[in-house]
Design a protein around this ligand. Structure first.
Ligand code: NDP
Ligand code: 2IT
Length: 447
């Protein structure tokens, strides 16, 4: 594919999806990475695989009506973008956040297609959610919202059709309410959601999986330079599910985590966020649903109101909050401070300018679709356990998760090398993920 063809396709895609900047960003990065592959495999172009792969199979939008605790009727918009099912049923999380719109979910669904392919498990890509803001809502309000959301969603999903899971704003509580309503409507107890609680079909290690997997991926990158996490200073952003378990695994492997953050600010704890302090964060964020500033008050560390963690001097950065939270200036600061590796726990947390700087400056950079694939991979393991009617011990699931992350690293590194960009995990991840999905689409004909 020539650069001109790629530009033409991008222009067409932007015209068809106006204003969906994050989606444009995600597609543009993939198209750029694929150029060396397409030179060798023109059959993908003849079969119009690029035009087909950037168009979701199906985009579902619906009204979600619920009543708040004051008896006032509220209306939100619900979505499920079923992006691609070439290699398996649709699979991907659901996000509840006021910033959710169709463009955000298309970017996330598109990324999910390649990420899921990289896991080696048979899962297509999807993403869903709503602009509902769970912050400040009571449990009862969240429950009524989830029930109303499922009243529409249930007809579009199923254990062999589409299996949603958690993402920002959707954790064990929300998955519970969604599952309860699905069961009420369909009278079926089946593997239709992942991230379920342990005593009703969930998998051990699924809550930990994204943060652990990201840390394992980071270790694999470091291993290529004969380094490891021992005694490394690590800056983590976010304080939700992914960030919490990244902190836990980094600490277990001998690293020292000095930052966490939320949408209000960053805590900078030079003595390290150890196991005991992490317990406080978990209770604060998962139980009390409070702000990280309370940590700074309790442990008397620095708190940077309204700021991101990037000015913290660190060897390793794991961005685990949300998209585009790490820009060129942040990247410059990290590089000037000697960062060795960046592994994305979040989806697309680094802007294209930041990614370019990391790669130019020889920073080991693990893009989200490779580095955070441990979450959805373990969702795949949860589905597998549900289908065979067994529950594997934590050690077994963790072992499989580690193996999957090692394989992703290996496959991505090999693809990067094969197509002329050794060490470039962005190119490697995009090509390795794409080939798998594109080949399946070719096999399945013009549909
Ligand atoms: P959570 O809801 O548990 O936590 C989200 C964290 O990100 C919170 O600390 C939140 O702060 C912060 N955050 C969210 N939106 C913003 C924003 N606009 N600006 C600043 N901070 C923000 O979500 P997860 O930990 O599950 O998800 C984090 C990232 O990881 C997302 O990009 C998600 O897509 C990705 N991911 C998640 C997987 C999973 O299995 N859960 C799997 C793979 C990727 P606050 O509390 O203030 O809102
Ligand atoms: O972005 C992601 O990979 C997720 N939110 C997890 C999806 C899943 O199906 O477990």
């Amino acid at each position: 594919m020539s650069t001109q063809d790629s530009k033409d396709l991008m222009e067409k895609m932007i015209a068809k999806n106006p204003g969906e900047n994050e989606f444009h960003q995600a597609v543009s990065e993939v198209l750029e990475s694929l150029e060396p592959l397409l030179k060798q495999r023109p059959e993908y172009l003849n079969a119009k695989i690029l035009d087909r792969i950037i168009e979701p199979d199906r985009q579902i939008m619906f009204r979600v009506t619920w009543t708040d605790d004051n008896g006032v009727i509220q209306v939100n918009r619900g979505y499920r973008v079923q992006f691609n099912s070439a290699i398996g049923p649709y699979k991907g999380g659901m996000r509840l956040h006021p910033s959710v719109n169709l463009g955000i979910l298309k970017f996330l669904g598109f990324e999910q297609v390649f990420k899921n392919a990289l896991t080696g498990l048979p899962m297509g890509g999807a993403k869903g959610g709503s602009d509902f803001n769970p912050k400040g809502k009571s449990d009862a309000e969240v429950m009524r919202f989830c029930q109303s959301f499922m009243n529409e969603l249930y007809r579009h999903i199923g254990p062999n059709t589409d299996i949603p899971a958690g993402d920002i704003g959707v954790g064990a509580r929300e998955i519970g309410y969604l599952y309860g309503q699905y069961k009420k409507i369909t009278n079926r107890f089946e593997s239709v959601l992942t991230g379920k609680s342990i005593n009703w079909g969930g998998s051990l290690v699924r809550p930990e999986a994204t943060g652990y997997g990201c840390t394992y991926f980071c270790e694999e990158m470091l291993r290529t330079k004969k380094l490891d996490l021992k005694c490394k200073t690590v800056a983590i952003s976010g304080s939700g599910n992914v960030a919490q378990y990244a902190v836990q695994k980094v600490t277990q492997l001998g690293g020292k985590v000095v930052t966490m953050s939320d949408s209000n600010g960053t805590i900078f704890d030079t003595s390290g966020i150890d196991t005991k302090k992490l317990e406080f964060i978990m209770e604060l964020k998962n139980g009390k649903r409070g702000r990280v500033s309370e940590y700074a008050e309790k442990y008397k560390c620095e708190y940077w109101e309204g700021q991101r963690p990037r000015k913290a001097k660190c060897d390793i950065a794991l961005p685990c909050a949300t998209q585009n939270g790490l820009d060129e200036n942040d990247a410059k600061m990290l590089i000037d401070n000697g960062v060795i590796a960046v592994a994305e726990g979040a989806n697309m947390p680094s802007t294209p300018g930041a990614v370019e700087l990391f790669i130019k400056n020889g920073v080991l950079f693990g893009p989200g679709k490779a580095a955070n694939a441990g979450g959805v991979a373990t969702s795949g393991l949860e589905m597998c356990q549900n289908h065979i009617g067994l529950r594997w011990p934590a050690e077994e699931v963790d072992h499989q998760l580690q193996q999957i992350m090692v394989n992703i690293h290996k496959n991505v590194a090999e693809a990067a090398k094969k197509y002329g960009s050794p060490g470039n995990y962005v190119v490697g991840a995009n090509i390795a993920g794409f080939v798998k999905v594109a080949d399946a689409m070719m096999d399945q004909g013009i549909i």
